[in-house]
Every structure is written in C-alpha cells, then in structure tokens.
Design a protein around this ligand. Structure first.
Ligand code: ARG
Length: 576
C-alpha cells in the first residue's frame, strides 16, 4: 500500500518555508478543509508564529508563500486573517496516482512499537452476550491496523476465569452433586447452573459464605475444585472461539492469557507492594491508598489488593497483568478496550502499578472506554425477561436477515452463494454499525439501518466493491497491467483520486484516538466518490488512454476499499 501522507508532506513543506521565513520553531498546523472545495488543505500555524515573532500574520503568510514560489504541485493562497489555503494540482494527483503502489508497506512511522491490546476478555462460565461485541470488535480493529502499520501487536484476551463467579459455581455444583453421577458439561447447563448460583449468592448468606470459601480453595489449587474448573473453562473457551470465528475476529486460543494465569504472581505483588511501603491494612484487607483517589466527602479511597478472607480481587490480577506486560512483554504501549464503567478500576491499576515500579514511566498504559449498546427505545439491550442477549443468536439473526435481502436482490444467484454472501454482509453490517459510531458514546442497535444498502453501512461499501469487480470481469487483462500515465480531467475523477491518496491520512487520524468511525467515514466517502465517478465517467467505451487511466483509478479504489474493510475485520465478495 502507498505510504504517501499528504498532510505530513505539506506539514514538512510549510514548516521548512516558515523556517526560511525566519520562524525558529515552526508549527504548520495543516488540516484538511472542505472549503472552498473538498480536497483542499489549510495551514493555520501563521497566527501563533506571527504572534510570537511580533509580526502581522498575513505578512508572515505572504513571506512563507513567497518562499514556496515555484512549487508546481500545489497552489497556495492567503486567506482570512493569515491562513494559507493549499490546493493540490492535477499534476500532483496524477503523478501520485501513477506511482501508487498497491503492495508497498504502509508504515507511516519509522519506529516499530510493541503494543499489547487487551480486548474481548469475557467472563467465562457463561455465554458471550451482546455486551461483549464492542470490546471485541473495536479491539480487533486496533490490532489489525497496528499490525498493518508494522507494529508488533500482542493480543491479550484477559478472560475472567478466576473470580467470585467461579466460587459460586463450584459451591452450587457441590450442593447439587449426587455421588457417583457425572456433572453435565454442556454449555447450556453450565449457563443454567451459573444463573442459579448467582441467584443463591444474592439471597442466601450461607451460600455466599461458602462461595467465598470456594474462591479461596480454587486459588489455593484444591485438586477436585481445580479439575472441575478446568472442564468449565475448556467448554467456555471453545464457545468463545466459535463466536470469534463467526464474527471474523483474529483472536486465537494462543491469545488467551486468563486471570488465573497470574495466580502465582499475586502473593508476590502483595509482597512487593509491602516492600515499597505502599500497603495499609484496613478492616483486615490489604490496601493501597494513593492521594489522587478520593471517595465521597474526600475520604481516601482504597485500592484493595488482598481481601480479609485471603482472596485476591480483580485489581490484584490486573496489577500482575500490568507488571507482566511491562516487564516480560516489554510493551511500549498497552491499550485496554474496556467499558467506561471500569474507568476508576483501571485508573487505580495504572497508578498503583506505576507507584510500585511494576511499570516504567515511558510505557503508555491507556484505557479506551466505550459506551453501551441500546435498544431502539433507548433501554439496555436485554431479553424481555431481563436476561443478556446471546451474541451468537445476534450473529445468526444478522446472517438470516442478510440472506432475505440478498435473495430479494439477486434471486438468480445459486443458493449456496447467496448463503455465503449473506454471512459476509450480515456480519459485516453488525461490525460496521459498531465501528462507525463514536466509540465513547452509547448507540442504538438497529437492524434496518445497519443492513441498508444506502448510507454509511457495510453493505453499501461491499456493494461499491462489487461494482468495481464487475468492471474487471469485463476487462480481465487490465487487472494487473500498470498504468503509464494518468489523465484526470473530470471533477468526479479528480475528487476520487484525492480520496484515494488520503488513505494513509485516514489511518493516522484513526490511530490518534482509536476512533474507527474516522476510518469508516473515510471509506464511505471513498465509496460514494467512486459511485459518483462511475455515474459520470464512462470507462470501457472511452479511448485507450482514458480507459487505462480510469481502470487504474477503479482498481486502486477497490484495493483500498478491500484493505480498509479488512482492517475493520470485514470481508468482501466478488458479487452480491
Ligand atoms: N473480564 C472483564 C469483564 O468482563 C473485562 C476484563 C478487561 N481487562 C482487564 N485487564 N481488566 O468485565
């Protein structure tokens, strides 16, 4: 893929001109602008620089533009209080389109970083539900994009296999076991056991006490408990892999580093906190009190690392995980795709880990929170009786609904093919609906809009891709032939070419805050620019040079659409 980043290029160019114009530490502040026309850029750094140098912004802008005189690939124009508007010339666009290398590395940064991505991480012993969709899908996109940019990515599926819920489950099974009888190890039964156990835990104090004992027993590796537990975990993890496979998520069993994997580290963590003088006993529990955490009425808020019954809470495991990621994996960056409700928890983890020296100051630990998925009425997504909606059911429904649509659209397609297309479209629609929203806010799950063939949806992008592919079915020999020279004359093709050349910029913009909606918006605009081009500019009936040029433009567009969608974990088909 091409590594051209127009924004970066202009930044370097203008900064250099500013330096020549006498500015010491120039910041060009380039941004894409829709005005006066789409595909323009603007440099906004003159105001601040002029203020610092005590000169007039427009005059400084003029000096900068004078320095750039003779640059034939861009047009510069001073506007407003001292902006510089920048227009890409046809020459620039044509040259870069001709040079566009489909398979060049996209690395936008020279340095390769090791990035741990903590995502998905369901609690085991019950089926994955709709609430797991967000972390799983947006985390997987981060993993794919960072890998695409040549970073070393370590996927970390920090599944919950160790906490209170297992104590309840074991205590419950103990209660219902008839000696000599095998306990069912089917996931559906496990789910039922789990529900009964959690209910008992809430209403029956004796049971709750027993459940807590079982957590400690498990954590101390009592052999009977451990065997039973291992069995549940294996079943649950198999189920997760089934869901990941259906959802085209790149996590494998090898990426699972469960809470239990840190069990032996937990006493060490507490010991080291003690050694650093960070521990305080409070009501029998071992706690870390840091000044920055205050509860109600400014009361100090503890981070509990060992409970009074000797069990270790969620936080202790996360401290061990942070230490492992820092010291063993040697991460430059650790990204936690975890719901917004765990913000305080993760802030405490990062702060305590840092205070204890488990992590190094130059390592970035970052929580990337997200909101909830809601129903059309704005209420949380639950079944009528208040239970969680199973993720696998939602995925199957997506495929079913997509099948109906494909069947209506293209009934002459062989049924087997329709089914395959429906899977790609249905799953793509769900993922795209997720990714095209702002990560940090709640969103409404709406079948009709996500499966629409119009608007900013996966089906629309997938369809645009098939339009291009059908062009090449008519001209198969053109697929691999390089273009010698691009000739772009019509507005629609120029705009499409500009969009194509902005791909790296879209990736970089995504990486700033892992907001996939930026990437979605880019792909959507690319696809709609293509559709406009396709309506307005004939391809196969044109003279050879125009035809070559337009086919090349179409080919590169298809390639970016497909690559971009694959970064979102969404597949394409040749026909739909
Ligand atoms: N299992 C947790 C839950 O379902 C999410 C884990 C997130 N990752 C972490 N390192 N705490 O709430």
């Amino acid at each position: 893929m091409n590594s051209l980043n127009i924004k970066q290029l202009l930044d370097d160019l203008i900064s250099q001109a500013m330096r020549h114009a006498g500015i010491d530490e120039p910041i060009a502040q380039i941004r894409q602008s829709q005005k006066p026309e789409f595909g323009h850029y603007q440099a906004n750094g003159m105001m601040a620089a002029a203020k610092k140098a005590g000169s007039a912004p427009r005059m400084l802008a003029q000096r900068v533009v004078d320095m750039l005189d003779g640059h034939s690939e861009f047009d510069f124009e001073i506007a407003g209080p001292g902006f510089i508007n920048i227009r890409l010339t046809a020459q620039f666009i044509e040259r870069n389109m001709t040079d566009f290398q489909l398979h060049e590395s996209p690395a936008t940064r020279a340095d390769t970083r090791t990035v741990v991505i903590d995502y998905s991480a369901p609690n085991l012993a019950k089926e994955m539900h709709i609430g797991h969709l967000r972390s799983t899908v947006i985390g997987d996109t981060a993993a794919r994009v960072l890998e695409f940019c040549n970073h070393r990515v370590v996927r970390a599926n920090h599944v919950g296999d160790w906490g209170a819920q297992f104590g309840s489950l074991l205590a419950y099974l103990d209660q219902i076991t008839v000696p000599g009888e095998e306990i069912s190890s089917k996931l559906v039964d496990l789910e039922k056991f789990y529900q009964s156990a959690s209910k008992l835990f809430r209403v029956d104090q004796n049971f709750a006490a027993k459940a807590r004992e079982y957590v400690v027993k498990l954590q101390r590796k009592d052999s009977r408990c451990h065997k039973l537990w291992e069995k549940f975990i294996a079943i649950s993890l198999d189920h997760c892999q089934t869901v990941y496979h259906k959802l085209n998520i790149s996590l494998t069993q090898a990426d699972v580093k469960a809470e239990s994997a840190y069990n032996d580290d937990l006493p060490v963590i507490v010991e080291q906190l003690q050694g650093r003088g960070l521990l305080t006993e409070s009501d029998g529990a071992q706690c870390v009190f840091l000044d920055e955490f205050k509860g109600q009425n400014e009361r100090p808020l503890p981070a509990i690392v060992r409970k009074s019954d000797g069990g270790y809470p969620y936080l202790a495991t996360d401290l061990a995980a942070a230490r492992y990621r820092s010291q063993i994996i040697n991460a430059d960056e650790v990204l936690y795709f975890v719901g917004a409700s765990q913000q305080l928890h993760l802030r405490q983890v990062f702060a305590v880990a840092s205070a204890a020296g488990f992590t190094k100051p130059q390592q970035i630990f970052r929580h990337l929170p997200f909101g909830l998925i809601l129903k059309a009425d704005g209420k949380p997504f639950k079944t009528r009786d208040g239970a969680d909606v199973k993720l696998i059911d939602v995925l199957d429904e997506a495929t079913r609904r997509a099948f109906t649509l494909i069947n209506e659209k293209n009934s002459s397609m062989p049924e087997q093919q329709q089914l395959a297309v429906a899977e790609v479209v249905g799953i793509g629609a769900i993922k795209y609906a997720e990714l095209s929203k702002n990560r940090t806010t709640d969103y409404i799950f709406d079948w009709d809009s996500m499966l629409s063939f119009e608007g900013n949806t996966a089906p629309y992008l997938q369809y645009a891709y098939t339009r291009i592919r059908s062009l090449f079915r008519k001209r198969p020999t053109q697929e691999n032939s390089p273009v010698n020279r691009m000739t772009l004359t019509e507005d629609q093709e120029i705009l499409l070419a500009i969009r194509v050349l902005q791909f790296t910029e879209a990736i970089d913009a995504y990486l700033e805050d892992y907001q996939a909606n930026i990437l979605c918006q880019y792909l959507y605009e690319l696809a709609s620019s293509f559709m406009k081009f396709y309506e307005h500019c004939p391809v196969l009936s044109e003279a050879q040079d125009i035809q070559d040029s337009r086919l090349h433009l179409a080919k590169v567009t298809a390639h970016i659409l497909q690559t971009g969608l694959s970064l979102l974990g969404i597949q394409t088909v040749e026909q739909m």
